[in-house]
Design a protein around this ligand. Sequence first.
Ligand code: SF4
Length: 339
Amino acid sequence: LSSVVIQTAFLGDVVLTTPLLQALAEREGSPVDVVTTPAAVPLLETHAAVRRVWPFDKHGTEKGLGALRRFAASLRAERYQTAWLPHRSLRTAALAWLARIPRRVGFHDGWRFLYTDVRRRPDTGHEIDRLLSLADVPPRRYQPAIELKLSDVTAAEKLLRDEGLKPGEPFVALAPGSIWGTKRWPYYKELAQHLTARGARIVVVGGKDDWPLGEQIAVTARRLKHPAVNACGKLALRESVAVISKAMVLITNDSAPLHFATAVGTPVVAVFGPTVPAFGFGPRGPRDMTVGVEGLPCRPCSRHGPATCPLGHHRCMNDLPVERVLAAIEETGALPHRN
Ligand code: SF4
């Protein structure tokens, strides 16, 4: 009675699906298979609840109906009994149907005519729990996890050492990037300056596109004669997660690194702009904090946050001062309080 979970959403969504994978693996007594994007494969291939990861390049090699049919034929050969479809996506629903998987479980706001079992997606609650409800698993029973290999940790340590940090030296990680422009808090540079002045070491994490911003932030800290690392684009995905796992705290926007930190147990300060934690994607660890501008009539303005502020002022981020974020960092206990 084997299962396949088809989750081809963003990296953060894939991490938030790992509790569902664990729940299914426990219920079935064996690891499950997962179809996901090529970018998300490293997040799942080491997970104990996962047997096999199928990379599905929906925007590349598997684009188009012919490619979808070929991919479905490969899945069909595996004779899966159940497809779990947490993502509201026509392509993934069609994939399960074309693969002739006899039981296809999806949420009511997806593609009901392609499912055999339709579950109601809860309107409220954390996304982790909403995803668990697909398999009728009670909330908070499982936590997200990313399992690191020793080689990931070694690569992360080597980079930190090569860039001037002493082995085991505590540091604060900053993740200033986001695919959505309005989700980027604009004061990471100033924050790095304050933190460095207080003796904290800074490591900026992100992808290749974040490198210029990471460099600006690191240079600001280095001006105060302290080592600061710009790790953006220099590490593979799981190696970046390994850096986050070693940080005292991660400061991030409402973006994938928030969920990476949760999955490796690092405290988080999450800066929310056009979105709000009530959407279900906030951190919920005992030491985690969220900050945002309260009482702004236009906030929240969209589910993901638009590319640019429709009102032009971007007050949801511009009005959020460094002091607020610093105070939240102190609340996590990762930094000593000022007298
Ligand atoms: S409309 Fe408001 S919430 Fe949306 S991006 Fe602009 S300032 Fe932020």
